[in-house]
Design a protein around this ligand. Structure first.
Ligand code: GTP
Ligand code: MG
Length: 315
């Protein structure tokens, strides 16, 4: 463990891969590993990239990697495909697309599917982010398709969220329904070489007005052709702007603190759940069931009695 920790902190890709496998397979040493890594996290800027299927997210990620590398910074990428049962970098398209970076020691790419992520994809993603953070990445990009609530939970760890749309897909209504409008810090109109760009921008602007929840930050709309690296400079500038806003207004710290709080609450729920499950199988539900069936006590009363036994208020 000592050795693994040291090698991760040194940025050793093989060790990082090993750590991610430990996480994905929920091996016994996982908790200890994450505990030890935790003090070394917090440096990386985490960027979520989401949007409907086929909008060009992976191509855009690839283009952003290139920009990041030009600045000399180090980048980790997590491509999450909730619909894929595969893990360990098996999303073929993404792999081929990003392969040209695979030999770069300062780029680490990992694909994740739903298989082997026992605690849920959002929890696993959060843990993998910590590994990539502690290995010394300056940026961490998380790509996930934005089609529903559970997918959006995956990027709940991101400091900045980019929503990628493309013209001609009827995307705005879909994106609106999926809750993407509210979470976007930045809109990217990718495939802006195709017709319908101005119409899409207009629709987004209207929706921004309608759903505006933050008076201090209006999400910019950036046009890109990610296959040709067009618009990437503007996108990068917009991203820097947002990061600066986060820091100057103290939003970054607040946001991260609230993520941490939510995470602990989630973990507590999980621990309680386990405790209840164990208690039900081992201690309860003989006498109580009889009482229920005989109408001596209501379900509400039984639940409260059992709760008091499982989690006594006074010890
Ligand atoms: N014309 C055009 N095509 C693009 C552009 N960007 C990406 N594409 C193409 O769009 C297709 C989908 O791109 P991906 O990057 O795989 O899209 P994605 O959003 O990652 O797709 P999923 O991960 O499957 O949801 C590919 O064939 C890309 O070559 C662009 O700017 N213009
Ligand atoms: Mg993709």
């Amino acid at each position: 463990m000592e050795n693994l920790l040291k090698q991760i902190l040194e940025g050793n890709k093989r060790s990082v891969g090993k750590a991610i496998s430990i996480i994905e397979n929920d091996l016994p040493e996982k908790v200890e590993l994450l505990n030890q890594l935790y003090p070394y996290t917090g440096h990386a800027k985490v960027i979520g990239i989401t949007g409907p299927p086929g909008a060009g997210k992976s191509t855009l990620v690839d283009a952003i990697i290139q920009v990041i590398r030009q600045t000399g910074a180090k980048v980790g990428v997590i491509a999450v495909d909730p619909t894929s049962p595969f893990t360990g970098g098996a999303i073929l398209g993404d792999r081929i697309r990003m392969q040209k970076h695979a030999l770069d020691p300062n780029v680490f790419i990992r694909s994740m599917g739903s298989r082997g992520t026992l605690g849920g994809l959002a929890k696993t993603t959060r843990e993998v982010v910590r590994v990539l953070d502690s290995m010394g990445n300056d940026y961490i990009l998380i790509e996930t398709v934005g089609v529903g609530q559970s997918e959006l939970e995956i990027i709940n760890v991101a400091d900045t969220i980019m929503v990628v749309l493309h013209p001609g897909g009827g995307d705005t209504i879909q994106a609106f329904k999926a809750g993407l409008m509210e979470i976007a810090d930045l809109f990217v109109i990718n495939k802006s070489d195709l017709p319908g760009v101005e119409k899409l921008i207009h629709e987004i602007e209207m929706l921004i007005e309608m759903t505006k929840i933050n008076a201090n930050w209006k999400p910019p709309i950036i046009k890109t052709i990610s296959t040709n690296q067009v618009g990437l400079e503007e996108l990068w500038a917009a991203l820097q702007n947002h990061q600066q806003y986060l820091i100057e207004r103290g939003v970054l710290q607040k946001q991260r603190t609230s993520f941490l709080k939510r995470e602990v609450v989630e973990l507590l729920h999980h621990l309680f759940q386990q405790k209840i499950d164990v208690a039900i199988y081992t201690q309860f539900f003989n006498k109580e069931l009889d009482q229920l069936v005989n109408k001596e006590r209501s379900p509400e009363e039984i639940a409260r009695i059992m709760f008091e036994k499982i989690c006594p208020m006074k010890s």
